[in-house]
Ligand binder design. Structure first.
Ligand code: PLP
Length: 433
């Protein structure tokens, strides 16, 4: 053991296998130090878009490193940030006109929360400071993000420090929170939010959602009408809508941003993960001019006093530019459509498997909810399946009893079919329950 032993995230040494050393990666493959090759079917915690070590992004970072590796972003700017923003703008809703950089998904969420609260504060509305979040939400591991995230094992030790939020049902159709059937329902699950906004809008700064797909909470895909209704309610009640597109952004749900699928323009959007193609950490919180304007003043107390050392890092911005160039130079949305098609081909037969309770998919993301008495993140199914998949050369990391596929867009049809074959084999190998 080295003198400074590495403490890996989300890892319990006593029960989890030792970390696997990866020497290099290319396309969808991770190459292990002991000579194995693994398909990265979860895009390395949902960040990778175009495959590992894509030469265009690697070269862009190397070029940038020789010119300007980093510079303070308060009072300074650089070509790399300016160009990234120029290239990003056309993909965003037209009403989104400002961007604030940070470091990762969690900090993009922290910025969104603080921006929303201070938006009202700067207008003298100090009482309009509460947040509304959904059941099953996950927005990151920092304190603001943990507060808007749902209760559970991840955050329990910190409950006394999480700020209170109002929580409302999510459109988890398989386990409908209001006992309806999707085929006949009128998105009745949004009613508690409607009522809360009606009664408390004067105290509410913003509603925060993962648009159309709650990821860590169980890969729960929502009907587009759910998001449409939330947008309408926020507008009616003068409450900001924050869309956390940290996972759903950059094509993951079939369009550049999931909000687009519902024709919805949020007031604030959080971006990260795929923003750099999965090469470097970078967060961004984008917002409307209506929000930006209330921070402009000769009164310095209205300043947004938030900034991280590596804000707007040029290397990360260069990776982001190259990733967006790949969207133009390679058939990325055709690849995405191809992945969607294979999900649509393979999921129906898996739905009939005796171990499977539900299947769902949106864009490039597919999920199987398995029957389990201990359903939830800490389900015993998870270690069995994780090790099974690795043994077959596939990195899949179930969320408890939820097995999901979230591949880099560069995965080929035969590789994705192989992933599904391995999942089928795993389900057949499950001990009878
Ligand atoms: N928001 C969502 C929707 C996420 O899925 C995640 C991470 O998985 C985060 C925020 C936090 O991002 P990060 O891990 O980069 O801090």
């Amino acid at each position: 053991m080295s003198e400074l032993s590495i403490w890996h995230p989300f890892t319990q040494d006593a029960v989890d296998p030792a970390p696997i050393a990866i020497e290099r990666a290319e396309g969808v493959y991770l190459y292990t130090a002991d000579g194995r090759r693994l398909i990265d079917a979860i895009s390395s915690w949902w960040v990778n878009l175009h495959g590992h070590a894509h030469p265009l992004i690697a070269d862009a970072i190397a070029r940038q490193a020789r010119e300007l590796e980093h510079v303070i972003f308060a009072g300074f700017t650089h070509q790399s940030a300016e160009e990234l923003v120029r290239r990003l703008k056309p993909f965003l809703p037209p009403s989104i006109e400002h961007i604030f950089f940070s470091d990762d998904g969690s900090t993009a969420v922290e910025v969104a929360i603080k921006m929303a609260v201070q938006y009202w504060w700067n207008q003298g509305r100090h009482e309009k400071c509460k947040l509304v979040a959904l059941d099953h939400a996950y927005h990151g591991d920092t304190f603001g993000a943990m507060s808007v995230g749902d209760d559970g094992a991840f955050v329990e030790p910190f409950n006394s420090l999480r700020f209170p939020v109002w929580r409302v049902p999510s459109a988890y159709c398989f386990r409908c929170p209001v006992g309806e059937e999707r085929a006949t329902c009128k998105i009745d699950c949004v009613e508690p939010l409607a009522q809360l906004l009606e009664e408390k809008h004067g105290e509410i700064a913003a509603v925060i959602v993962e648009p159309l797909l709650q990821a860590a909470g169980g890969m729960i895909a929502h009907p587009v009408e759910f998001l449409e209704r939330i947008r309408k309610l926020c507008t009616e009640h003068n409450v900001l809508l924050i869309a956390d597109e940290v996972l759903t952004g950059f094509g993951r749900c079939g369009r550049m941003f999931a909000s687009e699928l519902a024709g919805v323009a949020p007031d604030i959007m959080c971006l990260s993960k795929g923003l750099t193609g999965g090469f470097l950490p970078l967060g961004a919180t984008v917002c409307t001019s209506a929000i930006r304007e209330v921070f402009r003043s000769r009164d310095r107390t209205r300043t947004f006093f938030h900034g991280h050392s590596y804000t707007g890092n040029p290397l990360a911005c260069a990776a982001g530019i190259a990733s967006l160039q790949i969207f133009e130079s390679e058939p990325v949305f055709e690849r995405i459509a191809g992945i969607e098609q294979i999900h649509a081909e393979r999921l129906p037969s898996l739905k009939n498997h005796p171990a499977v309770a539900d299947v769902r998919s949106i864009g490039t993301v597919a999920a199987l909810e398995l029957d389990a008495e201990d359903a939830g993140y800490l389900s015993d199914l998870r270690p069995f399946l994780y090790n099974f998949f690795l043994g077959k050369g596939v990195l899949l990391r179930p969320l408890g009893n939820i097995v999901y596929v979230l591949p880099p867009y560069a995965i080929t049809p035969s590789e994705l079919h192989f992933v599904y074959d391995v999942i089928t084999e795993a389900l057949d190998s499950l001990p009878a329950r």
